[in-house]
Design a protein around this ligand. Sequence first.
Ligand code: GLY
Length: 568
Amino acid sequence: MKRRLSGELSAAAAALFLVFTLVFGIAARAATEFMVAAANPHAVKAGYDVLSTGGTAADAAVAVQMVLNLVEPQSSGIGGGAFILYWDAKARTLHTVDGRETAPAAATPERFLTAEGKKEGYWQAAVGGQSVGVPGTLKALDILHRLFGQRRWKELFAPAIILASEGFEVSPRLAESVARAKYLDRFDATRAYFFPGGQPLAAGTRLTNAAFARTLREIAEGGAEVFYNGPIAEDIVAAVNATSAKANNITRADIASYRAKLRPPVCLDYRAYEVCGMGPPTSGGLTVGQVLGMLSHFDLAKMGWSAELAHVLGEAEKLAYADRAMYIADSDYVAVPAKGLLDTAYLAKRAALIDTGKAGAKAPAGVPPGAPAVKLAASRYMGHLGTSHFVIRDAAGNAVSMTTTIESGFGSRVLVRGFLLNNELTDFDREPTRDGRLVANRVEGGKRPRSSMSPTIVFADDVPYLLVGSPGGSRIPGYVVKTLIAVLDLGMDPQAAIDLGHVAHRNTADFDIEIDSGAQAFGPVLAAKGHQVKARRLTSGLHAIRIDAAGRMSGGADGRREGTVMGR
Ligand code: GLY
């Protein structure tokens, strides 16, 4: 009989409870005490257990992330990076934690150029150790837990350790992701785990991960530092070098010196609310804020969910994405005019460029107050899809909105000690200059690549009203804005807002409309206004919790993935 950490359930008992809760309704979209919504029922259950035994939202975030790493390994984990918004109810303070990966100290701007000086292809850059940044997720959670945790660090790893040791059923989405992933069979350890007997993992297969269970036990016992200093870090460096097409990869010193950072939140008044997000190195908070700042000049409630609203939204997104491409990168390395990008007068001028009758051409960047004097070239990088988002509100009113990633699905494809390493360095622009001008988001030693992740908390009367965020690569700000306006302007509940078909413009040639959704009905009107409409699968993974003035919670989970909501 194996010894269990306190509070552990066996995997069989957990599975039974999961079925019970899903059938008998503890998995609830309404609650008054606490709530958690995430991309996989096992992870949601782990968070629910922590919250129902008095843990804080910070405690629950650790448990949820560790289980997600195991059951949704394609999207996030300790081999990746994350941004966390945390509302401390007692101190009435919002904190934002930057756990973004860093480039190796020795990395140069030319890292992803060929010998001929051309930009490497995405997959050439992404697959293997050369794309791996120093992981930050564990350090970000460590800060959160030290500041706001009440339960012992060690206990929070128990659900993931049990599931990894005793096994969990491979979900349909994981099976589909394995079957569709490119280059997932390139490296031995990764192939052995995801292609047992040479075949891609099938849905329903009972999967164990003994190596990951061991890794988690070490971190549970020894703390986050065990990951950053010692044999785990040594194994990461060895795996990176063994699979890298380049020199100057991450080193033991890079890993040992990694720091997660507390940064100031980025906030903007929108209607009767204050919308807060994460600042650089993610573009999320600023881009969401810019779009909302422009939309505040239009009566969206009067328009209702319509082609007219979709047009205005798409035009505002084009203008915001133009600024994003020009100005936003790691603010520790480049001067980002963050205040200017959200300046009320500047956004009023940008909003005035929107013609409600017709689509504008591709938008150029504006010149916000504080824009750098040196002219930059716009980034061309768009972003991929290996990310997850979860939201948690505990019984004391503390709240977490956390977006977490290993960049593309399955990251760099490098599996070490049972977890995947990110390919976050491909979130940099692979071309450092264009037309003789520097690109702000170029690779530099120690720098954090620009992200699109947009964890958001909306405040009403100075307390959290809505927690929301999503995966989705460079479409993330668009998914988040759609959900925000559906709740804040159109009065929808979070589930209805998430379910609404997506419309998303990134200032490329296409106006993306979600295939097989109600939004496709907008196509003819948008085309008549001059948009090039493209119907696509738009796989967001939105999770949201709304809290009314009486403390009643209403949650939403994205049916485009496998998430759920539980609360009490
Ligand atoms: N790698 C996805 C993002 O950071 O936006």
